[in-house]
Design a protein around this ligand. Structure first.
Ligand code: HEC
Length: 238
């Protein structure tokens, strides 16, 4: 009896650990901060859920184009090479060379804004950080909510502020796009961008999650012969 008990305890402990790891990961471990509402009361800002789907190549391609056009001028993503974009996101290398080499000379180069961060800091008040691993640092939902939370604020140097990152030094670089598109389309484009950033931070993520599921399934199935063997071994001893 005690063996079954031990086995079950081990199993439930494993399940609890696996579940808590998944939920911590899903939440990104971060909230989206607080803001003061019109009545002057401080409220908790709930993160919006980023639409992450690496199997949606169209979304990743649109996101990559947005990143290169709107972000790479200031932010580097030094762990990513343009050739990897072409290969993984199934963008023909000629098109990457023609349209997406914004700050680089060759398709083998990394995404590098090529500006001294100290000079940038003197322009903006803070240096734009490298965004290669940003979604892992902050969580997908944080980045998505941040990008959707710019608002007009004439007291700021660039006329914009942000609910998630108060008094942010980054201008609202997507303002024109936001004005051109409907609210729904705009959210969907920002979703593509964050989907791309999540891919950039961990290209193998969805494979890892798939393998993880099969590994757990394998361990569960393995439990049956292990349990039966255990019973067989101890049969004569007891
Ligand atoms: C004009 C330059 C500029 C452009 C273009 C720009 N950013 Fe920024 N960004 C900044 C600066 C400066 C900061 C630092 C803000 C601060 O710390 O107050 C920043 C900060 C950020 C942060 C927060 C980093 C952190 O963890 O604190 C994210 C996320 C971000 N940018 C994403 C983007 C994305 C995505 C784009 C493209 C749509 C973009 N940025 C385009 C200048 C820029």
């Amino acid at each position: 009896m005690s063996t079954i008990y031990k086995l079950l305890t081990g199993l439930s402990l494993g399940a609890v650990l696996a579940l808590s790891a998944t939920s911590a990961q899903a939440a990104g471990g971060h909230g989206c901060g607080t803001f003061t509402n019109a009545a002057g009361v401080e409220e908790h800002l709930a993160c919006s859920e980023a639409p992450i789907d690496f199997s949606n190549k169209g979304s990743l391609q649109r996101g990559a184009t947005m990143f290169m056009n709107y972000c790479a001028g200031c932010h580097s993503a030094k762990y990513v090479r343009h050739s990897r974009l072409a290969k993984d996101l199934e963008i023909p290398p000629e098109l990457v060379e023609k349209y997406l080499l914004v700050t680089a000379d060759g398709i083998g180069d990394q995404i590098d804004a090529g500006i001294d961060p100290d000079i940038q800091a003197s322009w903006f008040g803070a240096a734009p950080p490298d965004l290669s691993l940003e979604t892992r640092l902050r969580g997908d939902d944080w980045v998505y909510t941040y990008l959707l939370s710019f608002y007009e604020d004439p007291s700021r140097p660039w006329g914009a502020n942000n609910l998630v990152l108060h008094n942010v030094a980054m201008p609202h670089v997507l303002l024109n796009l936001q004005n051109e598109l409907s609210e729904k389309e705009y959210r969907s484009r920002v979703g593509d961008l964050v989907n791309y950033m999540a891919w950039m931070a961990e290209p193998m993520r969805q494979e890892r999650q798939r393998y993880g599921f099969y590994v757990l399934l394998f361990l569960l199935v393995l439990l049956i012969p292990v349990y039966l063997l255990n019973k067989e071994f101890w049969k004569d001893v007891k």
